[in-house]
Design a protein around this ligand. Structure first.
Ligand SMILES: Nc1ncnc2c1ncn2[C@@H]1O[C@H](COP(=O)(O)OP(=O)(O)OP(=O)(O)O)[C@@H](O)[C@H]1O
Length: 308
């Protein structure tokens, strides 16, 4: 777009707020060297325009403010996305927003009362588009598609460290446990959820970004029977990156031993500046869990050190 009309809403970069909104105080025609703008705090500024590519991103109509799906915005760019997520978080107390079939989540760092069984019941059986964005709507979509099409479904949870991936995965598993729960299978579902503290006691440590940071990624496979209840679960660990291990020097030494077919877990024992590295053979899952349970009982939970 080359020309801009009086009172057009634009976003301009600002060092502290990242983006601030501004109103055009004069029509702009191509070739003019600046925009006459009024910032949201009333201040008037001249915004330099060297070429058309320097024109600032346009603001969305006020009616679209707080849209629950980012794809509904007329202009989709960085300031529009950040502003919409901010409005939803602050004005609507909503940490979730759709972006088409993707769910965007903001970590609230607060206990919210939006994960109870009554909320699970409300989402159960509903279409994703009919409900407010929620981690349960994604879980429900996967669950329904699986039961309808009898095909495996995957949920990918991605984000930077401390953004809430593990917590989201736990809420998803809780959802499956509740909607797929049949009386005979309760023990399987309980065991799926109960494995979390054991895995975390061995594989999590405190970092500068997250007090309970996962040191390895997890691929969690949940098996359902035809009527939709959970009958099996399997967790595979992967992505044990050097940067995620608390004691990197020792880790490298251990790797040099070239031990075959092993899963490696690093554990940081906080009070006695010592460490335990446990090798768990793939072959015996039962033995693995017994060993994990034993270690979890013997060693203090959590970790007090801070990783680089
Ligand atoms: N939906 C939520 N509601 C409340 N608190 C949350 C939520 N999601 C995350 N948190 C908080 O943020 C912390 C970090 O979340 P989590 O451990 O899931 O991050 P992560 O993305 O798995 O991090 P890492 O990659 O470092 O393992 C949690 O311990 C919890 O306090």
């Amino acid at each position: 777009m080359a020309s801009l009309e009086l009172y057009t809403n634009v976003w301009i970069p600002e060092p502290d707020a990242v983006w601030v909104s501004a109103l055009l105080l004069q029509d702009y025609s191509p070739g003019e060297k600046h925009l006459q703008l009024q910032l949201s705090d009333g201040q008037e500024v001249q915004y330099p325009v060297g070429s058309i590519s320097d024109l600032p991103p346009l603001g969305n109509p006020a009616i679209l403010e707080g849209e629950n799906d980012l794809t509904a915005l007329s202009f989709l760019h960085e300031p529009a996305v950040l502003h919409n997520l901010r409005v939803r978080f602050l004005d609507y107390s909503s940490i979730y927003t759709y972006c088409g079939i993707v769910l965007v989540a903001i970590n609230p760092y607060d206990q919210l009362s939006i994960y109870g069984e009554e909320v699970i019941d409300a989402y159960s059986g509903q279409d994703m588009g009919d409900m407010e964005p929620h981690i349960f709507s994604v879980a429900e979509e996967a669950y329904r598609t699986m039961t309808r099409s009898e095909k495996n479904q995957s949920i990918i949870i991605s984000g930077e460290s401390g953004s809430g991936k593990t917590v989201s995965a736990k809420f998803t598993m809780r959802y499956f446990a509740v909607v797929g729960g049949a009386s005979q299978q309760t023990s399987v579902e309980e065991r799926v959820l109960a494995s979390n503290p054991i895995m975390e006691s061995i594989g999590n440590a405190k970092t500068t970004r997250n007090d309970n940071s996962s040191r390895f990624g997890k691929y969690i496979e949940i098996g359902f029977a035809r009527k939709g209840d959970i009958i099996a679960a399997n967790m595979r660990t992967y992505l044990l990156e050097k940067s995620r291990v608390v004691f990197q020097h020792l880790f490298m030494q251990v790797l040099n031993l070239r031990i075959q077919r092993t899963h490696l877990y690093a554990f940081f024992e906080p009070s006695a500046s010592s460490h335990v590295i446990v090798f768990i053979l793939n072959r015996s899952l039962r033995l693995t869990f017994l060993l994990l349970g034993f270690l979890a009982a013997c060693l203090p939970l959590g970790a007090g050190g801070v990783c680089p």
